[in-house]
Write a protein that binds this ligand. Structure first.
Ligand SMILES: Nc1ncnc2c1ncn2[C@@H]1O[C@H](COP(=O)(O)OP(=O)(O)OP(=O)(O)O)[C@@H](O)[C@H]1O
Ligand SMILES: [Mg+2]
Length: 493
């Protein structure tokens, strides 16, 4: 880098010369002084083979740090910090991770396709008599990127875009993922007004998720294909998003799977509570304020909106009838309700393409109650059934909870699980409660599970007998009633 400094020295010598020249230029015609200055500049650039590009911390938008600067900072901390002599360690804004970056007024060297690039971190010291209104801008920094002029095309055309791409990827890798929930409608305009967030720290992964291994592998493959498919979506002219419908009885792992998906893809989660949204306009606003690399979840979609478009809670829905829970026709009072058309726009409206890389997930306990238009392929691209715990899923739970992969009771448990519908949540609870008391005594846990399964089987058989008896009584009452009506008709005739 000494070479660069030597040329920088020559530049400043010539600058001093130009200053002296300006002192005497009032005695010289303007055109001549202008020419001399131009020649001097040409002379410097002719002999100085180095080119410099600066990246300022605050660009045109004075109140926001420039995206390129942030990407360059992340890139340097990842790729070049190990070679820097002065390092700066800080805690990320949302994270507990320690982030190490290149220190102020230091230089690092980077190599790219045979070209050497020098990076300088220059901190502008604030003038003592200036009071800044913006705390962050007290001491803005600038990156100077210096390279030989023969690499100009390479640096501008390839290296800087590479820095931007890699820097953004590092930022995504290092960020603390977040779980967002929507604030009640009527909030302001920014993301902070419509969504609140907490760190997303759910430990679920596909390894700990109990389900049929083949189904699990298919879901993982699908998600990984989606993540890599940016070019494909562009080629076929589709917004880069994918919809999943997770359906099945309570406690079968729908919410757990969403967390596993977020952990696999490294995405944020937006948990959309429809009962807190006033109308289609607010719904759109919420969608627009989501970012890329995110999963937008509507849990219990069948319980959120009814035929008239009013929101209701899960309990009152369960007491309601079996009609589809979203209106087919747009409601007349469109401004004050969420309608089916609003929901469809939410999923595949024009603005859903902004940013891309989003997954939309609906969960439900009653797939049959959903409006077919809402879940047709193309909107909900994949329908995933989460079912009661069968033997392959049980094996995952036994390994997770008890560290047991083989056991003499497995055959019996496998048989019982085929005959009895028990949710993975209930199976897990049996394994866990015993393991707490008996310090992970696998035998005792599995015996307790066998007992619970037998009991559940007996109860199911009893309920079946009772239901059949009730049906018979109802049929007999119905027959007696119609016989009475027939006789009454005959009597009156
Ligand atoms: N398939 C599964 N694999 C591993 N754990 C599971 C699974 N299903 C349920 N569990 C356990 O049971 C608990 C409840 O599961 P979860 O909340 O995912 O069920 P759900 O299908 O979303 O239920 P609901 O329909 O009531 O929302 C989880 O915290 C998890 O510990
Ligand atoms: Mg759930």
């Amino acid at each position: 880098m000494a070479v660069v400094d030597r040329w920088a020295g020559l530049g400043s010598a010539l600058a001093s010369f130009l200053f002296l020249w300006s002192m005497v230029q009032r005695h010289v015609p303007v055109t001549i002084s202008h020419r001399v200055a131009t020649w001097a500049n040409k002379l410097v650039s002719y002999f100085n083979p180095y080119v410099e590009i600066t990246i300022s911390e605050y660009g045109a938008e004075r109140f926001r740090r420039s995206d390129f600067f942030l990407a360059a900072e992340a890139y340097l901390s990842d790729a070049c910090a190990p070679r820097a002599r002065k390092l700066k360690a800080e805690l990320g804004r949302d994270s507990s991770n320690l982030q190490v970056s290149v220190g102020d007024n230091d230089e690092v060297t980077d190599a790219f396709q045979g070209a050497t690039v020098w990076w300088y971190v220059v901190k502008k010291v604030p003038r003592s008599n200036v009071i800044s209104l913006y705390a962050n801008q007290d001491d803005p920094r600038t990156y100077r990127v210096v390279f030989h002029r023969r690499h100009r095309d390479l640096v501008v055309g390839k290296y800087l875009p590479h820095v931007l791409k890699e820097g953004r990827a590092v930022t995504v890798r290092n960020r603390q993922r977040r779980l967002f929930t929507n604030n009640p409608s009527g909030g302001g305009r920014g993301r902070g007004d419509v969504w609140s967030h907490v760190p997303f720290e759910h430990p679920s992964t596909f390894d700990t998720l109990a389900m049929d291994p083949e189904d699990k592998e298919a879901v993982v493959d699908d998600l990984e294909a989606f993540r890599e498919a940016k070019d494909y979506y562009t080629k076929v002219g589709k917004a880069w998003k994918r919809g999943y419908l997770l359906y099945g009885p309570p406690g079968t792992g729908k919410s757990t799977m969403i967390a596993a998906m977020a952990n696999l893809l490294d995405y944020d989660v937006y948990d959309l509570e429809l009962t807190a949204v006033n109308n289609n306009t607010d719904l759109r606003k919420l969608f627009i304020e989501t970012t890329g690399k995110s999963i937008i979840v509507v849990e219990d979609i069948d319980c959120s909106v009814d035929l008239t478009g009013k929101r209701k809670d899960k309990k009152s829905e369960r007491e309601a009838d079996d009609k589809p829970k979203l209106p087919m026709e747009p409601d007349k009072d469109e401004g004050s309700k969420i309608t089916l058309s609003g929901m469809l726009n939410f999923i595949d409206g024009l603005w859903s393409a902004c940013g891309g890389e989003r997954i939309i997930i609906f969960t439900t306990n009653h797939k049959d109650k959903l409006e077919p238009a809402l879940i047709r392929r193309g909107r909900m691209d994949r329908h995933i059934e989460m079912s009661y715990c069968r033997f392959p899923a049980f094996k995952v739970l036994a390994k997770n909870y008890l560290d047991v992969e083989e056991h003499e009771l497995f055959d019996q448990i496998g048989q019982l699980l085929e005959e009895t519908d028990m949710s993975p949540a209930d199976v897990a609870e049996n394994l866990m409660s015993m393991s707490k008391k008996k310090k992970k005594d696998a035998n005792a846990c599995l015996e307790s599970l066998v007992k619970a399964l037998k009991q559940a089987k007996e109860e199911a058989a009893k309920a079946k007998v009772e239901a059949e008896a009730k049906k018979k009584v109802e049929a007999a009452a119905e027959a007696a009633k119609s016989k009475e009506e027939d006789e009454a008709k005959k009597g009156s005739g």
